[in-house]
Write a protein that binds this ligand. Structure first.
Ligand code: NAG
Ligand code: NAG
Ligand code: NAG
Ligand code: NAG
Length: 466
C-alpha cells in the first residue's frame, strides 16, 4: 500500500516534471524536445538567461575602431565632426590634418601594429574578468572582422589587414573567459541607412543588405557567448527585424544554449525586452531590480574610445571602480568596465593599472562576488557603507571604509548559536558580540595597514546567520 502510494506519487511527479520542465538541466538524459521561441517579445522574453552570465559578474568592455585614430573627443568623433558639425572638431581637423582629409582617410592609419591578443587576454584575466566584450562594429560602420558586406571598410581590406575579432576571440577563449561581441545596429552615414531614414524607416534596405547579414555572419563565424547590441534608438524593433533574428539565435543558431543578449533591439526595448537589461549607459539602480542587469561604464569618464586628450582628472579612481563593482553585484548586476586601446593596439598603463587593481581586489574578495546572489538586504550605512552578497549559507558583508574604533556594526544579520565570522584574506575567526538592539558588532583584527588583505573595501564572511 505504502509502496504503491509512493509509486503513484513518483509517477505524478514524473508527469508533472515532464509538463513543467521546459529546460533540460542534463542534456544527455533529457528527452524533452527543445523549446522553440517565436519571433515576438512575450516568447523571447520568457527564455531563461543562461546561468554563466549571472555567475560571471565582472567583464571588460573594449571600444576599438577607426575612431581610435583621431583619438580625440570620443568614439563619436565622426558624428560630432560631420553630423553635429561642432566647431572644435572642424578646427581640430584643420590644425592637425591635411586639407580635405576625410574620416575614411583615418582607416589606413588604424594599424593595430602592436596588437598582441595574448597580452590583452593576459591583462583581462589578471583583472579577474570572466568575459570580454569587443566592439566588432561601432556606429562608424567599420568592421573589425572581414565582413563580406562592408566593402573596403573592414579590418582585413584596410588598416590592420587582420581579423581582430577572430584573433582576440581565440586568445580570450584559451583562458576560459567568455567572449562577447558588441554590434551597432545603425551606421551614422551608411547611404542605405540614410535612404531608409528618409523613407521614415518604412523601407529596410539597410537592414537587408548590411545589419542582418553581418549579425548572422558574426554568430556563425565567432560563436559569441554574448551579443551586446547598440545603436537601436532611432527605429522600432520591427525595422531592425530584431525578433526574427533573436528567434533564430535562440532556436537554431550554433550558440542557442549559451548565448546571452542585452536589451537594445529597437526603440523602447531598452529596460523592457531582450535578455539582461542595460537600460541606459552607466545605469546604476538604487534598489534591487527584479530582472538581471549589467552596469557598463568606462575608466575614462568622458569617453569609451581611446582619446589622446585624456587627463588624470577624467580617470575613475580605484576606489570608485571597486565600490561600483561591489554595489552592482550586491544589487544583482554584472559590472562591465571599459577601456579604449590605441590605434596601434596598445592599452595605456593607466588602464592597465586600474584593471590590475580590480584583479588584485578580486583575488582576495572574489569569493563574495563570483557566483554570488543578492542577499535579503542589500546595504546598510552607519560609519561605513556595507554591501551584502550571499552564496549558499554564507553571507558576505563588504564594507568600504575601516571604522575608526575597529568595530564593524552590522544591523541586518540575525545571529544564532552557530554564528561564525571571518574576513576574506585572513586565516582566523573574528570576535563578535550581539549589537545592542539588532545584529552584531564585529571586532576587526588589529593589523598594521601593510598586513591588511586589501587597501580598500574588505569582506566579512558570516556563517550561521539568518
Ligand atoms: C579640396 O577640395 C576642394 C573642393 O573639392 C578643391 O577645390 C581643393 O583643390 C582641394 N584641396 C586640396 C589641397 O586638395
Ligand atoms: C526578417 O527576418 C525574416 C525571418 O528570418 C526574413 O524572412 C526577412 O527577410 C527579414 N527581413 C529583413 C529586412 O531582413
Ligand atoms: C517609444 O516611446 C515613445 C514615448 O513613449 C513614443 O512616442 C514612441 O512612439 C515609441 N516608439 C515605439 C516604436 O513604440
Ligand atoms: C554604528 O556603529 C557603531 C559601532 O561602530 C555602533 O555602536 C552603533 O550602534 C551603530 N549605529 C547604528 C545606528 O547602527
Amino acid at each position: 500500500m505504502k509502496l504503491r502510494v509512493v509509486g503513484a506519487k513518483l509517477l505524478l511527479l514524473l508527469v508533472l516534471g515532464a509538463v513543467r520542465a521546459p529546460r533540460c538541466t542534463h542534456p544527455p538524459r533529457c528527452t524533452d524536445p527543445p523549446r522553440r521561441y517565436t519571433a515576438d517579445w512575450p516568447s523571447l522574453d520568457s527564455r531563461p538567461l543562461p546561468a554563466w552570465f549571472d555567475e560571471a559578474k565582472f567583464g571588460v568592455f573594449v571600444h576599438w575602431g577607426v575612431f581610435s585614430v583621431p583619438a580625440w573627443g570620443s568614439e563619436w568623433f565622426w558624428w560630432q565632426w560631420k553630423g553635429e558639425k561642432l566647431p572644435q572638431y572642424e578646427s581640430f581637423m584643420k590644425e592637425n590634418y591635411p586639407p580635405n582629409f576625410t574620416y575614411g582617410d583615418f582607416g589606413p592609419r588604424f594599424t593595430a601594429r602592436f596588437f598582441h591578443p595574448d597580452s590583452w587576454a593576459n591583462l583581462f584575466e589578471a583583472a579577474g574578468a570572466k568575459y570580454v566584450v569587443l566592439t566588432t562594429k561601432h556606429h562608424e560602420g567599420f568592421t573589425n572582422w572581414p565582413s563580406p558586406v562592408s566593402w573596403n571598410w573592414n579590418s582585413e581590406d584596410l588598416g590592420p589587414h587582420r581579423d581582430l575579432v577572430g584573433e582576440l576571440g581565440t586568445a580570450i577563449r584559451n583562458r576560459n573567459m567568455r567572449y562577447g561581441l558588441y554590434h551597432s545596429l545603425l551606421e551614422w552615414f551608411h547611404p542605405l541607412y540614410l535612404r531608409d531614414k528618409k523613407n521614415g524607416f518604412k523601407t529596410q534596405h539597410f537592414v537587408r543588405a548590411k545589419t542582418m547579414p553581418e549579425l548572422y555572419d558574426l554568430v556563425i563565424r565567432y560563436k559569441p557567448d554574448l551579443i551586446w547590441s547598440d545603436g537601436e534608438w532611432e527605429c522600432p524593433d520591427t525595422y531592425w527585424n530584431s525578433t526574427n533574428f533573436l528567434a533564430w539565435l535562440y532556436n537554431d543558431s550554433p550558440v542557442k544554449d549559451v548565448v546571452v543578449v542585452n536589451d537594445r533591439w529597437g526603440q523602447n526595448c531598452s529596460c523592457r525586452h531582450g535578455g539582461y537589461y542595460n537600460c541606459q549607459d552607466k545605469f546604476k539602480p538604487e534598489t534591487l531590480p527584479d530582472h538581471k542587469w549589467e552596469m557598463c561604464t568606462s575608466i575614462d569618464k568622458l569617453s569609451w574610445g581611446y582619446r589622446r586628450n585624456m587627463a588624470m582628472a577624467d580617470i575613475a579612481s580605484e576606489s570608485r571602480i571597486i565600490s561600483e563593482l561591489i554595489q552592482t553585484v550586491s544589487l544583482g548586476g554584472n559590472y562591465l568596465l571599459n577601456i579604449g586601446p590605441t590605434k596601434d593596439g596598445l592599452i595605456v598603463p593607466i588602464f592597465q593599472e586600474r584593471l590590475l587593481a580590480v584583479g588584485k581586489w578580486l583575488s582576495i574578495n572574489g569569493e563574495a562576488i563570483y557566483a554570488s546572489k543578492p542577499w535579503r538586504v542589500q546595504s546598510e550605512k552607519n560609519t561605513t557603507s556595507v554591501w551584502y552578497t550571499s552564496k549558499g549559507s554564507a553571507v558576505y558583508a563588504i564594507f568600504l571604509h575601516w571604522p575608526e574604533d575597529g568595530i564593524l556594526s552590522l544591523k541586518s544579520p540575525i545571529t544564532t548559536l552557530t554564528t561564525e565570522v571571518t574576513m576574506l584574506g585572513i586565516e582566523k575567526y573574528l570576535k563578535w558580540s550581539p549589537n545592542p538592539g539588532k545584529g552584531l558588532l564585529v571586532y576587526l583584527p588589529q593589523l598594521p595597514p601593510s598586513a591588511l588583505p586589501t587597501e580598500f573595501a574588505w569582506t566579512v564572511k558570516l556563517t550561521g546567520v539568518e
